[in-house]
Design a protein around this ligand. Structure first.
Ligand code: FA5
Ligand code: MG
Length: 350
C-alpha cells in the first residue's frame, strides 16, 4: 500500500454509500429540496455522481489553497497517494466544470475529513456546492447581494422562519467570504460557506471577463435542523425506527427513539515528544469503536512545571444507538483504544 495512504477500513466502507442519492434518507431529501429550489427558480444544472477521488490539484491548487494550509495536511485529509485524495469538499470539482462550459450549476456528493468526534461532526459527510457565473462588469456588491438573497431564499423556502445570521469568513478561493449560521437547539450552527470567486481561479478556467459566486452547504447540518435530528451518526443507521420516519418524503420532525445510557471513559497520558495531533487520536478511536463512539472531548491539559512535558486528558463517550452497551463491551473497547494509542501514537499513560 502507498505509504501516504491514511484511508482506514471504516472510511473505506463508506465510499459508494451515496446517502445523497437515497430517497428514503433525510440527506437525499435535503439534497432534493435544495436542488428543486435552484433548478426551478434559477435554472441550475446538477452534478451528483462525480467520483470522490480527486487530485491535490483539483482539491487545493486550482482553488489557490496555500501550500502550508492545514487542510492539506494528512492530519486533516484522507490521502490515497501523494497526488490523490478523498475530496475534502465538493468545491474540488468547481474548476473542471467551469472549464467544460457550465455557468450555473450544483455539485452534490460525499466528502471526507479527519475531524472532531461529536454530534455535529462525522468523518464522511455530504455537501452541495453551487456556482453562478456573471459578467465581470457587474459590481461585486450586486453579486454578493444576489448570493445572500439566493441562499436566504432557499433557507426560507425550506425552513420557513428560522433564525439565521451572516458572519464574515475566510476561504482561499473566495473574496469576500461569508458563512451562514442557523439557531439550532439554543446555539449557532454553521451550515454553509460562500463568497465571490477569486479572479485568479476564473482566469484559468473561464472565458475572459467572467466573475461569479459560489457556495458550499453541509447537508447533514441542514437536515439536523430541518428534521430535529440530534446526532449525525443517525444518518448512517439502517435501523427501521429511523428510516421509516422519512419514507413519506415529507419534512417530518424526527421522533427520537429511546436513548440508551452513555458510558464515558477518561484517558490521561503524556504527549509524545515526536508531536501529537488530536485527529490521529480521533481516527484511532473511530476505527476501533465505529458508531459506538458518540464524542471525544479534551477535558484537561497540563504542562509539567519542571520537565515541560504535556499531559492531556480525553473523555470518550460510548453509546449504542439501539441497545445498551455492556460493561464488558465498553471495557474491551477502551482497552483496545489504550493499547493502540500507545503503539500507534507513542503516548505514555499516566
Ligand atoms: C467548505 O468546505 C467550502 N468548500 C465551502 C465553500 C464553497 C465556500 C464555495 C466558498 C465557496 P467548510 O469547511 O466551512 O467550507 O464546510 C462547509 C460546510 O460543511 C460547513 O458549513 C458545515 O455545514 C459542513 N461541515 C464541515 N465539516 C463537517 C463535518 N465534519 N461533519 C459534518 N458537516 C461538516
Ligand atoms: Mg467552515
Amino acid at each position: 500500500m502507498d505509504s501516504n495512504n491514511n484511508v482506514t477500513p471504516f472510511i473505506q466502507s463508506k465510499i459508494g454509500k451515496n446517502l445523497h442519492l437515497q430517497k428514503g434518507n433525510p440527506i437525499g431529501q435535503m439534497k432534493k429540496m435544495i436542488e428543486e429550489y435552484f433548478t426551478q427558480n434559477h435554472g441550475f444544472s446538477v452534478y451528483d455522481n462525480l467520483p470522490p477521488t480527486v487530485t491535490t490539484i483539483q482539491n487545493f491548487d486550482d482553488l489557490l489553497t496555500p501550500l502550508d494550509h492545514v487542510s492539506r495536511s494528512p492530519s486533516d485529509t484522507y490521502y490515497i497517494s501523494k497526488t490523490h485524495l478523498l475530496r475534502s469538499h465538493m468545491t474540488a470539482h468547481q474548476t473542471e466544470l467551469i472549464r467544460s462550459g457550465a455557468t450555473s450549476f450544483l455539485m452534490a456528493g460525499d466528502v471526507y475529513r479527519r475531524d472532531e468526534v461529536d454530534a455535529t461532526h462525522y468523518p464522511v459527510f455530504h455537501q452541495i456546492d453551487g456556482v453562478k457565473l456573471w459578467d465581470s462588469s457587474v459590481d461585486s456588491s450586486v453579486i454578493m447581494e444576489d448570493l445572500k438573497k439566493s441562499l436566504g431564499g432557499m433557507i426560507q423556502t425550506i425552513f420557513g422562519n428560522v433564525e439565521m445570521r451572516w458572519i464574515d469568513a475566510y476561504f482561499p478561493f473566495t473574496e469576500p467570504s461569508l458563512e451562514l449560521e442557523i439557531l439550532f437547539e439554543g446555539r449557532w450552527l454553521e451550515v454553509l460557506g460562500c463568497g465571490q470567486i477569486q479572479p485568479a481561479i476564473l482566469s484559468c478556467c473561464a472565458k475572459e471577463g467572467t466573475t461569479g459566486w459560489a457556495f458550499g452547504i453541509g447537508l447533514e447540518r441542514l437536515a439536523m435542523v430541518l428534521y430535529d435530528i440530534p446526532d449525525i451518526r443517525l444518518f448512517w443507521s439502517d435501523d427501521e425506527r429511523f428510516l421509516s420516519q422519512f419514507s413519506s418524503g415529507k419534512p417530518v420532525k424526527f421522533k427520537p427513539f429511546s436513548k440508551y445510557p452513555p458510558c464515558y471513559k477518561d484517558i490521561t497520558f503524556w504527549l509524545p515528544e515526536s508531536g501529537f495531533h488530536e485527529n490521529d487520536l480521533n481516527s484511532i478511536i473511530r476505527e476501533i469503536a465505529g458508531d459506538l463512539v458518540e464524542s471525544v472531548q479534551k477535558i484537561d491539559s497540563f504542562t509539567h512545571p519542571k520537565s515541560g512535558h504535556i499531559s492531556n486528558c480525553f473523555r470518550i463517550n460510548y453509546r449504542h444507538m439501539s441497545r445498551s452497551l455492556t460493561n464488558t463491551e465498553v471495557d474491551s473497547l477502551q482497552e483496545q483504544v489504550r493499547s493502540e494509542l500507545i503503539s500507534k501514537l507513542g503516548i505514555v499513560l499516566r
